[in-house]
Ligand binder design. Structure first.
Ligand SMILES: C[S@@+](CC[C@H](N)C(=O)[O-])C[C@H]1O[C@@H](n2cnc3c(N)ncnc32)[C@H](O)[C@@H]1O
Length: 243
């Protein structure tokens, strides 16, 4: 069974500890990108969480549905204005089915990596393909694995050293896995949290898409569609279901 790494303690502090990710400069381009792809159709967010993207997307008139493993994260979404109107299925997004089809499905903020096996990541693509209308799009936002910047012989890398949050990734290249260790200032104290990932290269994602009957329609360095290059540290990739 897939483990819920986003229980009550994480859900309670998620919005504060992910503060930068809620900034309009981060959220607005993602929402515009997804609204464009939705056209007049419906959107499905895998790992919808507390609604960082889903709520502003819904407020643009897009019908948004979600899947999430964590009832605690979804409870936060439901508390927010507009949250009650968003249907969320509680379950694993690699296997959980939702009624109807969607013109866009999306999985942002590195969350496909929360599936810690290749089989589960492939199953996720296959599950998305079953939910897409012909011509529909699946959008993934994920970091390029930062192995190039690991000093030789090292497996630990800090990715954030802010005043309210410190984050350290611990890589295991033998198993293609990493653990993100988070130290977040919450209230008067510090909270520690660890989340395991399977990191994955763009080319492997493309192959998973092909297994699921989807094809790469575009890859960008960010939500503003900057070109993806040798130096890009993340990518926004769009996979299309054939018409
Ligand atoms: C980093 S949060 C991202 C939440 C939201 N998408 C955002 O951008 O703020 C990851 C979310 O994905 C959910 N999640 C992780 N693995 C999952 C899985 N296998 N099935 C369903 N939800 C999952 C977690 O419960 C959590 O709410």
């Amino acid at each position: 069974m897939t483990e819920n790494w986003f229980g009550e303690a994480v859900a309670r502090s998620y919005d504060d500890s992910s503060g930068d990710m809620f900034a309009p400069s981060v959220v607005d381009p993602a929402v515009s990108f997804l609204a464009d792809l939705a056209g007049g159709g419906r959107a499905l967010e895998l790992g919808i969480g507390t609604g960082r993207i889903a709520l502003p997307l819904a407020s643009r008139g897009v019908g948004v549905h979600g899947i999430d493993l964590s009832p605690e994260m979804v409870a936060r979404l439901k508390e927010k204005p507009g949250g009650e109107a968003i249907d969320v299925a509680i379950g694993d997004f690699a296997t959980t089915r939702v009624a109807g089809t969607f013109t866009v499905a999306y999985l942002v903020f590195n969350t496909i990596g929360n599936l810690t096996t290749q089989d589960a990541q492939v199953a996720c693509f296959e599950n998305v393909a079953r939910h897409l209308a012909p011509g529909g799009s699946f959008v993934i936002e994920i970091l390029v694995p930062a192995l190039r910047s690991l000093p030789p012989g090292e497996r630990i890398q800090a990715f954030d050293l802010g005043p309210d949050h410190a984050g350290v990734d611990e890589y295991d290249t033998a198993t293609q896995s990493l653990v993100s260790h988070h130290f977040s200032k919450v209230g008067g104290g510090w909270v520690r949290n660890r989340v395991p990932f399977r990191y994955v290269w763009p080319g492997e994602l493309d192959l998973m898409a092909r297994i699921a009957g989807l094809t790469l329609a575009g890859r960008f360095a960010d939500w503003d569609r900057a070109p993806f290059t040798h130096e890009s540290t993340k990518h926004v990739s769009v996979y299309a279901r054939p018409r």
